[in-house]
Design a binder for this molecule. Structure first.
Ligand code: PMP
Length: 352
């Protein structure tokens, strides 16, 4: 039997591995928010069931203008998408094709190599530097005439550190203006280091696109809504590459309502940050070398024993996220969930 032909570029692409929920296991594998949606969000979102027979607003007009007001940017610079991962796919499609190069640090967000390979572009993976940090100087040095895009993840998933303002500024100065830089700030709200770069303060850079999401700090991972802030030209190109009507009415309404709960969102994020510090310190006291983290997770460099450590956690009732051969990422959960994890980690004979 002859099968329909699929592009050969797809053959080497790994599947995205979701941290699947499993009955009876505490899920610390997907960097989700341990809190339920913010006050008023469920009521506003469920009102959308009245209009399930209608298509959503393709342009997400109200959400875009609320975001514009909240962020202090022109609405023409915002593109709303089906989670920031969809915006990432759209961006890669908008700027890269076979023969082009896309530079990113590695290890970083696992969607990067997938997005790049789907377009047929070439991956250029730059090893992380000291402290599991992105090495921005090496990333700038990896740019060639064929580079179209650089992906900078800050804080870096899965290792945790954020890029610093001064190093990011020097990096932007070093990168040619016709190369798009994406600053993926999915965990922006969790950042506490005052030296960290805030993408929105670099608004004058035409070749910078900032990605943010409602999935993490706002706790809407299940509704799929994120946004990009870029130049009007780049925002328009991102919109062109969207699957139409991807952001449901429910997602749009929930995001609008969530934006109105800034104070509560900040206090929940603050609680996660307190737990993050507690977990990291406790792990270090146990002998683990956990890198700095500005996000809602910690990274354990378990190396060759990573898969084994993942299994060990599973037997202790915890679902974590192993990256075999490298390390294990553990999301900050509720204090009780974190205690369970710390108890398990203390029993591991070989803290890395
Ligand atoms: N960027 C980074 C760095 C992430 O870790 C994630 C989620 N794991 C995303 C983007 C995508 O988030 P979402 O599509 O839910 O907005």
């Amino acid at each position: 039997m002859t099968n329909p032909r699929v592009r050969t570029a797809l053959s080497g692409i790994p599947a995205y591995v979701p941290g699947k929920a499993s009955p009876g296991l505490v899920k610390l594998s997907s960097n989700e928010n341990p809190f339920p949606p913010l006050p008023g969000v469920l009521a506003r979102a469920t009102a959308a069931v009245e209009s399930l027979h209608r298509y959503p607003d393709l342009a997400a007009t109200e959400l875009t203008s609320e975001l514009a007001r909240h962020l202090g940017v022109d609405p023409g610079r915002i593109a709303v998408g089906t989670g920031s991962v969809a915006l990432l796919h759209q961006l890669v499609q908008a700027v890269a094709q076979a023969g082009d190069e896309v530079v990113y640090g590695w290890r970083s967000f696992e969607a990067y190599p997938i997005s790049v390979q789907v377009t047929g572009a070439t991956r250029v993976e730059v090893p992380l530097g000291e402290g599991a940090r992105l090495d921005l100087a090496a990333m700038a040095a990896a740019v060639t005439e064929r580079t179209r895009l650089i992906l900078v993840c800050s804080p870096n998933n899965p290792t945790g550190p954020a890029v610093r303002r001064d190093e990011f500024e020097a990096f932007l100065d070093a990168v040619p203006r016709d190369v798009l830089v994406v600053l993926d700030e999915a965990y922006a709200e969790f950042v506490r280091d005052e030296r960290a770069a805030d993408g929105l303060t670099f608004a004058d850079r035409e070749n910078l696109c900032v990605l943010r999401t409602f999935s993490k700090a706002y706790g809407l991972a299940g509704l799929r809504v994120g946004y990009a802030v870029a130049s009007p030209q780049v925002a328009a190109a991102i919109r062109k590459c969207a699957v139409p009507f991807g952001v449901s009415t429910m997602a749009q309404l929930a995001a609008i309502e969530s934006l109105r709960c800034q104070e509560e969102m900040r206090s929940r994020v603050a609680a996660v940050v307190v737990e993050r510090r507690r977990v990291r310190e406790a792990l270090r006291d146990q002998g683990w070398s956990v890198p700095e983290t500005e996000a809602n997770f910690v990274w354990l460099p378990t190396g060759e024993r990573t898969a084994e450590f993942g299994e060990f956690c599973r037997r202790a009732g915890l679902l974590v996220r192993p990256f075999p051969g490298d390390g294990c990422r553990v999301t900050i959960g509720t204090p009780e969930e974190n205690d369970l994890f710390l108890t398990a980690a203390a029993d591991w004979p070989d803290p890395a």
